[in-house]
Design a binder for this molecule. Structure first.
Ligand code: GLP
Length: 241
């Protein structure tokens, strides 16, 4: 893993957006793996500015998001479909037909998961996967204990994850209990991985990411086995390293 140290959240977001826009400029039909959450918001804002100022072209780009809550309608204000439209897709010239998220409302979720992995491989695989990290080391929604061999699958969310994400919902009871997520193996098939971390609340898990044993107990440690993983973290997130 390569570590890039950023001063703060803004610098982390700028550095991340540069890597992503370079990817898109060097390969017009790049396949991007995208993430949601608070950490990556600034990166999307920077990418939108770059699109407006420098005309970075997304017309041939295809995107696959990591995860989606199960049981939330696509148009629900807390769905990741809504998040992506609001914070990125509606502000760049990506074609709606080229953007993909798991369908958390599919009647046959098992089939949906298999179809999702198939679609990713038919598109040539993910060139660059953007990731955040949960305080318990989850990537996507792969909670501690997830198999490193997992493909896209249905997961039960850890209570700590539901609590961390409750800030977006009116009440904790409204946070879905399940989600569909790309698996660890799906993520590891990406040609390049870019994980972002910001803030003191990520300091303990960042220390584990670099120093704990590679183990399914801390899903993000699997990235140490990836040949092309880059971590961009700010000083607060690196303060326990
Ligand atoms: C969420 C998402 C992850 C995200 C993580 C961290 O549960 N499913 O993809 O990386 O938690 O979120 P945040 O960036 O808001 O800390």
């Amino acid at each position: 893993m390569k570590l890039i140290e950023a001063k703060d959240y803004k610098e982390m977001s700028i550095l991340a957006s540069r890597i992503i826009s370079e990817q898109v400029r060097s390969k017009k039909d790049s396949v991007l793996g995208l993430a949601t959450g608070g950490t990556v918001l600034g990166t999307y804002q920077q990418l939108i500015l770059d699109h407006q100022d420098n005309g970075t072209d997304y017309s041939e780009v295809r995107t696959f998001n990591l995860d989606e809550y199960a049981g939330l309608h696509k148009d629900d204000e807390n769905s990741y479909h809504t998040y992506m439209k609001k914070h990125f897709f509606d502000s760049v010239n990506v074609s709606a037909a080229n953007t993909h998220l798991p369908d958390g409302e599919a009647s046959d979720l098992e089939k949906e998961c298999g179809d999702y992995d198939r679609l990713i491989s038919e598109s040539g695989g993910i060139d660059l996967q953007l990731l955040g990290i949960g305080q318990n080391g989850h990537i996507g929604f792969n909670e501690p204990g997830s198999s490193f061999d997992s493909n896209t699958h249905l997961v039960k969310l850890a209570q700590s994850t539901r609590e961390a994400n409750a800030r977006y919902f009116d009440r904790i009871e409204d946070v879905p209990k399940h989600a569909v997520t790309m698996g660890i193996a799906s993520i590891m098939r990406s040609k390049k991985i870019l994980l972002l971390a910001s803030g003191v609340q990520k300091a303990a898990i960042l220390n584990d990411l670099f120093h704990a044993d590679v183990s399914e107990d801390i899903p993000a440690t699997v990235l140490r086995n990836h040949p092309n993983a880059v971590i961009i973290a700010d000083r607060e997130a690196l303060s326990k390293l």
